[in-house]
Design a protein around this ligand. Structure first.
Ligand SMILES: Nc1nc2c(c(=O)[nH]1)N[C@H]1C(S)=C(S)[C@@H](COP(=O)(O)O)O[C@H]1N2
Ligand SMILES: [Mo]
Length: 216
């Protein structure tokens, strides 16, 4: 009987959370979807909203889309996890929206661009290596699980980069800046790690090694 009980226990999948291979070190899963950000929730203004690409573009010109044109861009669906540095993770979300690769194709960077800064409402920003930004699973998400994002979760557009901590994915994105050198974004200037790989537990800037980021 004892053996049977153990079998049933395993059948129910009651394994310790730490054993879930999708959870990076020091993370736990979270019931529901918490809302987490610095500052107020911006109001969406459809008439003036633009998604802009600027900085070191290949053409030297800025490019921008209004909301209607942005929503008409080709779309992808990605299954990705969200790992907050405060240690909660949400596994296997279905995100849909516009691939970062689509933006890179339509508004190409100059050949010597190495990093991007993604800008949100109220000046929130995060810097990414071009390779992380251009990953095939990175997208400007407009929907999760087939439902449009709520305004608290970033409507109309948020960046999702599943392989990095979630602060690297600004909600309420308004612009992408192409850069020829790295520069720290909002949290990267305020104590968080410049790279933010959850699998290496790159949480705080004091953990950075030479070459991980610009001088603080
Ligand atoms: N504009 C903006 N985007 C942001 C943040 C923020 O403070 N401002 N916080 C980030 C952090 S730390 C996390 S964990 C996620 C949380 O997303 P959620 O509120 O949809 O769970 O948003 C990220 N994007
Ligand atoms: Mo976070």
């Amino acid at each position: 009987m004892g053996g049977m009980g153990q079998f049933e226990h395993q059948q129910q999948g009651a394994r310790p959370e730490e054993a879930d291979p999708r959870l990076p070190p020091g993370q736990r899963t979270q019931r529901g979807w918490p809302v987490l950000h610095y500052g107020p929730v911006p109001r969406f203004k459809p008439l003036t909203w633009q998604f802009q690409v600027f900085g070191a573009t290949a053409s030297g010109e800025k490019q921008s889309w209004d909301h209607e044109r942005f929503c008409a861009l080709p779309r992808i669906t990605v299954h990705g996890d969200l790992h907050c540095v405060t240690r909660f993770s949400m596994l296997d979300n279905e995100w849909s929206g516009v691939a970062t690769r689509t933006v890179l194709e339509l508004a190409p960077p100059a050949p010597d661009v190495t990093h991007v800064m993604v800008w949100a409402e109220y000046g929130y920003s995060s810097n990414l290596r071009l390779a992380d930004f251009a990953d095939e699973r990175s997208l400007f998400a407009t929907h999760r699980g087939g439902e449009p994002l709520t305004v608290e979760h970033g409507f109309p557009v948020r960046l999702i980069v599943p392989q990095l901590y979630a602060w690297k994915g600004p909600k309420w994105v308004r612009a992408v800046e192409y850069m020829r050198a790295d520069r720290r974004g909002f949290w990267e200037e305020r104590g968080y790690h410049n790279l933010g790989d959850p699998w290496q537990e790159q949480r705080y800037s004091y953990q950075e090694r030479p070459g991980d980021g610009p001088e603080l």
